[in-house]
Design a protein around this ligand. Structure first.
Ligand SMILES: Nc1ccn([C@@H]2O[C@H](COP(=O)(O)OP(=O)(O)OP(=O)(O)O)[C@@H](O)[C@H]2O)c(=O)n1
Ligand SMILES: C[C@](O)(CO)[C@H](O)COP(=O)(O)O
Length: 376
């Protein structure tokens, strides 16, 4: 089932102040919008970013990415409508609509909304109101309000694409959110448990709160990997997924891609989930001559299942020959594609060992790797 997220980012953030729309302000090392976009990566097939026409540098920057861009409307509903139109040709079945101003949304909430759409026409996260509610005249309490049926609405709000697109087309405007638009079209919306940390940055003080939430929830893991393969007969080696012509080949049970094995083990290491040998035993004939991509994809998938996103990997190949430099960019591109990362998250470099040791005598190639994983 094809899925998409629409991130509406065309607001001006007037209540947050600061001179720049809140989505372009820094929060714990990157911009609010970058955090929000990152939350959806790997969880949906397409991401639409709705941008104000005036935000020209954002248009320039994001048109060089995989994101689908759409122009914002004069209010939130107009921006959502534009985002839905941008998905017209993508055969999307489930769509999530999210405020860019909610950068702390968790993978759990995103997954729960998507899963709820298997059984319901619409689903959205909500938090039951736990504080007592007053009515007031100025600053004087005039009464209390029954809160037993009240929820605070959050995003992402999830819908079946065709139904919410039709609902937006017919809505007269002025809706607070997409749940209101859906309900006006007769669509039932199921509330799934929201998350108190999924705040919407609205006022100046919310930046500090969001930073605290991110800091508190920061779960960063490092893993290392090391591998060695000996040279044998052949006319090429496979290194980090790239076929490199050489006077000898590398021996191994699989395709002997020593670089990819080290990166795979670094990911398993960060997850404390053993190593390649444990998941793909060399004694098992089905892995004989296997493309190492199978192992790397498995480690990446396991990271996703455990709720971790790979932040970056760094791999060093140790050999006198072949020379790695001319192939390093192709290796980075191949590794990035397999792991679903940008190339700037993947480093592949090489060193000789000054003709010392087994790598110096060109008996084999060694590789070391580090992977950094962040709980998403
Ligand atoms: N014309 C608009 C107005 C709002 N939004 C988006 O809708 C969400 C609603 O959150 P809100 O806090 O209301 O954002 P702003 O409209 O930016 O804030 P303010 O009302 O303080 O100006 C935000 O992600 C905002 O970028 C949008 O895409 N297009
Ligand atoms: C959609 C929303 O985030 C649900 O809580 C909210 O309605 C949008 O923000 P606003 O402050 O009401 O404009």
């Amino acid at each position: 089932m094809t899925t998409a997220a629409i991130i509406v980012a065309a607001g001006r953030g007037q209540r947050a102040g600061g001179g720049v729309p809140k989505q372009w302000r820094a929060l714990g090392g990157q911009r609010v919008a970058d955090w929000t976009i990152d939350r959806f990566k790997g969880l949906v097939d397409h991401i639409v970013l709705v941008l104000a026409e005036d935000d020209t540098s954002a248009w320039e920057e994001f048109s060089a990415t995989d994101l689908i861009l759409a122009p914002g409307g004069s209010d939130r509903a107009g921006s959502v409508h534009s985002g839905l139109q941008a998905l017209e040709a993508h055969s999307v079945e489930k769509v999530l609509i999210h405020d860019v101003a909610r950068p702390c949304v968790s993978a759990r909430v995103i997954r729960d909304v998507l899963a709820a759409l298997d059984a319901h026409p619409a689903a959205a996260p909500g938090l039951a109101v736990t504080d007592a509610l007053w009515t007031a005249d100025g600053s004087v309490v005039t009464g209390t309000q029954d809160r037993s049926a009240l929820y605070a609405a959050q995003t992402p709000q999830g819908f079946h694409y065709g139904a919410i697109t039709a609902a937006h087309a017919y809505h007269p405007g002025g809706a607070a959110d997409d749940v209101e638009v859906a309900r006006a079209a007769g669509i039932d919306v199921t509330i799934i448990p929201g998350d108190a940390d999924n705040l919407k940055i609205t006022r100046p003080e919310d930046f500090e709160r969001a930073e605290r939430i991110m800091g508190m929830n920061m779960d960063v893991r490092l893993g290392n990997g090391y591998d060695v393969h000996r040279f044998g007969g052949g006319d090429h080696v496979i290194l980090c997924g790239v076929k490199v012509p050489h006077t000898r080949g590398l021996q191994g049970h699989s395709d002997a891609d020593v670089g990819m094995h080290a990166v795979t083990d670094a990911i398993y290491g960060a997850l404390a989930k053993g190593d390649i040998g444990q998941h793909f035993p060399p004694s098992d004939p089905q892995w004989k001559g296997a493309a190492s991509e199978i192992f790397l994809r498995h480690a990446v998938e396991l990271a996703g299942q455990m709720g971790y996103a790979i932040s970056n990997v760094d791999c060093t190949l140790v050999c006198e020959y072949p020379k790695i430099g001319p192939h390093a960019d192709a290796m980075r591109a191949e590794m990035a594609q397999i792991m679903g990362l940008r190339t700037d998250q993947v480093s592949i470099k090489a060193t000789t060992s000054e003709r010392l040791g087994f790598t110096g005598r060109s008996e084999g190639i060694a590789s070391l790797a580090t992977a950094c994983l962040v709980k998403s």
